[in-house]
Design a protein around this ligand. Structure first.
Ligand code: C5P
Length: 291
């Protein structure tokens, strides 16, 4: 029996602007997705039925899990056994579940020898969640629409970063739901896209902002001192990732990032501090290997 493994990276958002609420309940936004060196692993083995196990008991493994939804979307009644090893915290705005879903699509395409066009693959990914399409590409990419329209921005120079994961998560639906006045006028969409494109050209997101901070920082004011600690350590920018709850700081020099990580670990003992870096990849399928 052969097994396939996919490595599923996390993401951060190097800026996020909300343009307005749509009639389908989602929000139109402009964001820059950035893959980071923090990975889950999704392993696929042959099986008589469709099943999922996970080494993190806090992750629901029932029918609603995006991995199983991806499988049912590709082939109703298809069988496979998934084993998910989690390192990416959930509820952190890091796209872990979305990355797992993109990995499930790529694994099943191979395992079930499906012939799917890139367009159909992206449509399936978009049905599963707003962030899933990004993980098929990885690296750095502009996201528009509800986040599912992806335009790769080319490889940026690698940057060190410090990620702070607080001991609580935030619900994406709740954060968007509490956003009453879009902070960026809808007709500014083109300007924001251009601005984010310029940030990417110079690999300098120092002036980028995240509109969802206005909600997350009110729901959880304890996020603010961590962001301020990153700023004091020289991070540029220091931002909420997506709808939170994670806060990251981007650095130029590795030793500045190292110092910030050890200082913040001491100052915020209940937070998980991850010293990582930006990467130019997305989901990576490896194998087959003997199971
Ligand atoms: O697409 P996804 O399932 O990740 O979205 C989770 C929830 O976040 C949606 O049900 C919606 O309430 C909110 N959302 C939004 N606008 C977006 C993305 C997500 O309002 N662009």
């Amino acid at each position: 029996m052969n097994a396939l493994t996919a490595r599923c990276p996390a993401k951060i958002n190097l800026g996020l602007k909300v343009l307005g609420r749509r009639s389908d309940g989602f929000h139109d936004l402009v964001t820059v997705f950035q893959a980071i060196d923090l990975w889950d692993t999704l392993r696929l083995e042959t099986s008589e039925r469709l099943e999922l196990t996970c080494d993190d008991p806090s992750i629901p493994t029932g029918d609603d899990n995006l991995v199983l939804r991806a499988a049912r979307l590709l082939r109703r009644g298809g069988a496979a056994r998934f084993r998910l090893h989690k390192s990416i915290p959930s509820g952190g705005g890091l796209g872990g579940g979305s990355s797992n879903a993109a990995a499930a699509i790529l694994l099943l395409e191979r395992a079930w020898s499906l012939r799917i066009s890139e367009l159909a693959r992206e449509a399936a990914a978009a049905r599963l969640g707003s962030d899933v399409v990004f993980f098929l590409h990885g690296g750095t990419a502009l996201g528009t629409g509800r986040g599912e329209r992806i335009q790769p921005l080319g490889a940026l120079e690698e940057r060190p970063l410090v990620l702070g994961v607080p001991p609580f998560g935030l619900s994406t639906a709740e954060v968007f739901g509490r956003l009453h006045a879009p902070l960026t006028p809808p007709d500014a969409g083109v300007t924001v896209r251009r601005l984010f494109g310029k940030f990417a050209e110079g690999n300098d997101f120092g002036l980028a902002t995240n509109d969802l901070e206005s909600v997350a920082f009110v729901l959880r004011p304890e996020l603010v001192p961590f962001r301020d600690g990153l700023v004091r350590s020289g991070a540029q920018p220091a931002l909420l990732s997506g709808s939170g709850s994670s806060v990251f700081g981007l650095f130029r020099a590795r030793d500045a990032a190292d110092e910030a990580a050890s200082r913040l670990s001491r100052e915020f003992p209940s937070w998980r501090i991850v010293r990582t870096r930006t990467i130019a990849e997305g989901v990576r399928v490896e194998g087959p290997e003997a199971a």
